[in-house]
Design a protein around this ligand. Structure first.
Ligand code: CP
Length: 303
């Protein structure tokens, strides 16, 4: 994985995914070691973030790396009209690796093609969020003991939710049964469903969350992505489509875990947080170890 960019989850093989998850397990046991003290990590966030940026920065800092970057394009020369190409060409002179989030689909691929250093996609529009996927896989494997033979429900905005697109593609490498729950307008894109079909896996589509809850091992809730709607009225129609309450979790499997990439708005009520099946805050913590594994692998400090 040395010097390899990570733009799409499909850029890494199944074996490479597993290697990252194993390394992440080692970093979870020992997160503070100064193996990246000779490296500079740049975090370029053209779109808001709490977890992805701060967990990358925490991961890098705990391993001794220096972190540079910006959290708002308005504080960079993009504000003066500088192109993404020029920004990446310039920043890649100052660092050993770039972590970038950008609102445009395809921007991370473009950045990786012009950059002199590897680029990690921290989310490009509604397209992909591969590092979230690796931490989701880590969380699933840790809680279920395996990535194989699971019933996984994805609920909410399956059209614009980039975390869903990347995770469905990754889970196509395993014997997953997919339960896709969304409003009609926010169904999983056909291209991602094709990936499921190509692997001869089964998916069920529904608009009703109640039927799937008792059947699944993982309930992956997602936010309706307000910022991706061109017409605010379309968002208003679907914004309250799914609200998970603690009372809905009574007849669920004992191994069920509720995941969410976060941030949440109203799709999981706070009374669920106390339920032992709620896993989303631990899932966010797992992001630190997975991102340590990615940084160390791509910078060539571990094999
Ligand atoms: N899960 C995720 O991408 O969260 P942030 O938008 O806070 O980075």
């Amino acid at each position: 994985m040395k010097n390899k960019s990570l733009v799409s989850i499909n850029d890494f093989t199944r074996e490479e995914h597993i290697r990252i998850l194993e390394l992440a397990g080692a970093f979870e046991k020992r997160p503070k070691q100064r193996i990246l003290q000779d490296f500079v990590v740049a975090t370029l966030f053209f779109e808001p973030s709490t977890r992805t940026r701060l967990s990358f920065e925490s991961a890098a800092t705990q391993l001794g790396a220096k972190v540079i970057g910006f959290t708002d394009a308005a504080s960079s020369s993009v504000q003066k009209g500088e192109s993404l190409r020029d920004t990446i060409l310039t920043v890649s002179n100052y660092c050993d690796i770039i972590v970038m989030r950008h609102p445009k689909e395809g921007s991370a691929r473009f950045a990786s093609e012009v950059s002199k250093v590897p680029v990690i996609n921290a989310g490009d529009g509604a397209n992909q969020h591969p590092t979230q996927t690796l931490l989701d896989m880590y969380s699933i494997r840790k809680t279920q003991g395996s990535l194989d033979n699971l019933n996984i429900a994805f609920v909410g905005d399956l059209k614009y939710g980039r975390t869903v697109h990347s995770l469905v593609q990754a889970l196509c490498h395993y014997n997953t049964t997919f339960h896709l729950v969304s409003p009609i307008e926010l169904k999983l894109p056909s291209a991602v469903k094709m990936d499921i079909k190509k692997r001869n896996l089964v998916y069920y589509q529904s608009t009703d969350i109640h039927d799937v809850i008792p059947k699944v091992d993982i309930l992956y809730m997602t936010r309706i992505q307000k910022e991706r709607f061109s017409d605010p009225l379309d968002y208003e129609k679907v914004k309250n489509a799914y609200v998970l309450r603690n009372s809905m979790l009574e007849d669920t499997k004992s191994n069920l875990k509720i995941m969410h990439p976060l941030p949440r708005v109203n799709e999981i009520t706070s009374d669920v947080d106390e339920n032992p099946k709620a896993y989303y805050f631990t899932q966010a913590l797992n992001g630190v170890f997975v991102r340590q594994a990615l940084l160390a692998s791509i910078l060539g400090v571990v094999d």
